[in-house]
Design a protein. Structure first.
Length: 157
C-alpha cells in the first residue's frame, strides 16, 4: 500500500527503509536529551518487535524516494476502533517543510477510511511545541497532561 501526497509518499516500511532511516537519524532535543548512534542489531530488533507487530501499521515517509521519517498507528484496538498516532522525522533537515503534517493527514485519512478507526490518540513531549501545534492544527483536542507528555484525541464525526 502506497499513500501519495503532494510533497511526500507513505511507503511500506521495509527493513531496508528502516535501516536507511536510522542511519541518518538524529535525536531531536525537543523529544529527548539522549543522543543516538546507529546499531544494526538494535535496528533489526526494533523492526522485528515494533514494525512487524500486528497491533501497529507502519509506513516510511519518503521524499524523492529518500526515507525521511517513519509514521505509525500503534496500539490499534479493532474492537474499540481506535489507535495512537506516532511520527518521527529523520533529522532537522526535513522538519518545517510540511512533510510531517502531510504524512499525518495521509495516515489519519487511511486510518479512518480504510482501517475504519473512529478515534485516534496522540501524545507529545511537553517541550515539543511544534508537534503539539500540528496536532491541534489537524483537529486533535487536548485531553490532559502528565509529568512528561500532553495527550490528545481525534474523533471521527
Amino acid at each position: 500500500m502506497i499513500l501519495r501526497g503532494e510533497k511526500i509518499v507513505l511507503a511500506p516500511y521495509t527493513i531496508e527503509r528502516c535501516h536507511a532511516f536510522f542511519k541518518d537519524y538524529v535525536a531531536d532535543p525537543a523529544m529527548t536529551y539522549d543522543t543516538y548512534t546507529y546499531n544494526k542489531g538494535k535496528v533489526d530488533r526494533y523492526y522485528q518487535n515494533k514494525v512487524l507487530d500486528t497491533s501497529r501499521i507502519f509506513f516510511a515517509i519518503c521524499h524523492n524516494d529518500k526515507t525521511v521519517g517513519e509514521i505509525q498507528i500503534k496500539r490499534m484496538d479493532k474492537e474499540k476502533l481506535c489507535g495512537t498516532l506516532s511520527i518521527h522525522l529523520v533529522n532537522d533537515a526535513f522538519k518545517e517543510k510540511g512533510y510531517g503534517t502531510e504524512a499525518q493527514r495521509l495516515l489519519i485519512d487511511y486510518a479512518i477510511n480504510t482501517l475504519g478507526l473512529k478515534t485516534i490518540y496522540a501524545d507529545a513531549v511537553h517541550r515539543n511545541h511544534r508537534s503539539k501545534h500540528i496536532l491541534e492544527k489537524l483537529g486533535f483536542k487536548h485531553l490532559y497532561d502528565d509529568d512528561v507528555l500532553a495527550y490528545y484525541k481525534f474523533n471521527v464525526k
